[in-house]
Design a protein around this ligand. Structure first.
Ligand code: PGA
Length: 255
């Protein structure tokens, strides 16, 4: 049985004051949730303050990106060790906005994944096709490339700690979520490809979470699918009450 994994990606939202107010409200809502692993991903500027505000609670903190080098002359970048020291236990890697707007490649995702694992961060690796790729019948090919390239050379012992987020680009921020059956089809395929890249036990242990317009109204139906192990939430994760509701539905689906 895989523990559901639910993360809120705040993207470029929330000042330190807004982020710590959220953390205080949200940790109170999470006191009774035991059946899910829950994470929020603030912008870098608020990471340390949010980690401090959530200290001692079951809610973890993630970076939204990292650089693959441990340090160096990389203006504007942040390393895995810096994220750890600021209080993060997790990091999102290869989000479609990073791929589309900032030119990230599968090789770059893989380098970041190894840097994250090396520093003891749990990586949340994002994959997913565009609408054009889906409509032209290339969805599986794109997912295969992203999984093989992004997860290359992962040690088997690390496989269970890797979280993969299936985020179809056409569903992100559009209000048009994948139907539960579409998510299940993609997740089952991704699990098969992880089995090929690693091995069957690694693939069975790996949490594959869905992202793209997850809301309280659709979270339960998505979480009910057998290969959907949680959610990566953007817009609806900006409000502590709606994110808490999504967490509760994922936790309920696991029991
Ligand atoms: P959304 O974003 O929930 O606002 O669609 C999801 C994501 O980008 O992770």
């Amino acid at each position: 049985m895989r523990t559901p994994f639910v993360a809120a990606n705040w993207k470029m939202h929330k000042t330190v004051a807004e982020a710590t107010a959220y953390a205080a409200a949200f940790r109170a809502r999470m006191e009774t949730i035991r059946a899910a692993e829950v994470v929020v991903a603030p912008p870098f500027t608020a990471l340390h303050a949010v980690a401090a505000a959530l200290d001692g609670s079951p809610v973890g903190v993630a970076g939204q990106n990292l650089h693959s080098a441990p340090q160096g002359a990389y203006t504007g970048e942040v390393s895995a060790g810096m994220l750890r020291e600021a209080g993060a236990g997790y990091v999102i890697i290869g989000h479609s906005e990073r791929r589309q707007l900032f030119g990230e490649t599968d090789a770059g995702v893989n380098a970041k994944l190894h840097a994250a694992l090396g520093a003891g961060l749990v990586p949340i690796v994002c994959v997913g096709e565009t609408l054009d790729e889906r409509d032209s019948g290339r969805m599986f090919q794109v997912l295969n490339r992203q999984i093989a390239g992004g997860l290359a050379d992962v040690e088997l012992e690390a496989a269970g700690s890797v979280v993969v987020a299936y985020e179809p680009v056409w569903a992100i921020g559009t209000g048009r979520n994948a139907l539960p059956a579409q998510a299940q089809e993609a997740h089952a395929h991704i699990r098969q490809r992880i089995a090929r890249a690693l091995d069957a036990d690694g693939a069975a242990a790996c949490r594959i979470i869905y992202g793209g317009s997850v809301k309280p109204a659709n979270a339960g139906a998505l979480a009910a699918e057998p290969d959907v192990d949680g959610a990566l939430v953007g817009g609806a994760g900006l409000d502590p009450d709606s994110f808490a509701e999504i967490v509760a539905q994922n936790a309920a689906a696991a029991v």
